[in-house]
Design a protein. Structure first.
Length: 255
């Protein structure tokens, strides 16, 4: 929660519904605030503790993240950070690079919906989506902008609360930092992430997966013939396959 140059951070390990009912939190909602970040965590790395809950505060940066950072161990070692949760490396880098988000995201590999503030910039919000959704809704009557990592969640909540005719909702462009200024005007800046890699077609730049060694190595080091023997085609002789984009199971139909 931020008002001008001052901010208040409140975190816990309980459910979101119980969190907003806590007395100290309800008192916070009664304060005159211009900007508020909220987050519910499904832990993928690090223990479920108050310290590991979002938002994270790293120097002048306070932020929340949905997604998974795949190279957090590498970034942590390279910069000598002390991070228990993968998300923390984003905000450590932003703080180290004085909010230079272009430089920061060039070092990040993974999926990310991120919202953060630089506490040295009053009432200014930064948003970005990479391999993850992020939606923004403008409510003119309230002079308020809401954001959420799930379009349907944001849309359904606002529709039930104020009616669909009273807001405009958008999905943000991928790999674009949206800087929301105090006057509710957005500035957009395209950024590049470190190459994201997995088993489904994305590759490390200049590297290849060695199935025998079970790790990424330089392309020239890969025994391609050995790789062919070890890599069994997925559903090669079967009549169904998995759509990696949607996670659904697609049935092949002979024409």
């Amino acid at each position: 929660m931020q008002n001008g140059g001052k901010h208040i951070l409140s975190k816990d390990t309980c459910t979101a519904s119980n969190f907003v009912r806590q007395k100290d939190v309800t008192k916070l909602f009664q304060k005159d605030s211009h900007l508020m970040l909220g987050h519910t965590r499904q832990a993928t790395q690090g223990l479920v503790t108050k310290e590991n809950a979002h938002p994270f505060e790293k120097g002048v940066i306070v932020g929340v993240h949905n997604g998974m950072i795949m190279n957090d161990d590498t970034v942590t070692k390279e910069h000598d950070f002390k991070c228990l949760v993968d998300s923390e490396v984003i905000f450590e880098l932003l703080n180290k690079y004085e909010n230079d988000f272009k430089k920061t995201f060039k070092e990040i590999r993974g999926s990310a919906s991120v919202a953060w503030v630089n506490t040295q910039e009053a009432n200014t919000l930064y948003l970005i989506a990479h391999e993850n959704p992020l939606a923004v809704a403008e409510v003119p009557e309230l002079k308020t902008i809401f954001f959420a990592s799930e379009f349907m969640a944001l849309d359904s909540i606002l529709a039930g609360a104020i009616g669909v005719e009273n807001y405009n909702i958008y999905d943000l462009e991928q790999d674009t930092v949206y800087k929301l200024n105090p006057d509710h005007k957005f500035e957009k800046t395209k950024v590049k992430f470190s190459e994201f890699s997995n088993y489904y077609g994305n590759t490390h730049v200049g590297e290849e997966w060695d199935f025998k060694k079970q790790k990424w190595v330089k392309e020239k080091e890969v025994d391609k013939e050995e790789n062919k023997k070890l890599l069994k085609p997925l559903f090669d002789d079967e009549d169904e396959f998995s759509d990696q984009n949607t996670g659904t199971l697609i049935k092949k139909v002979d024409s």
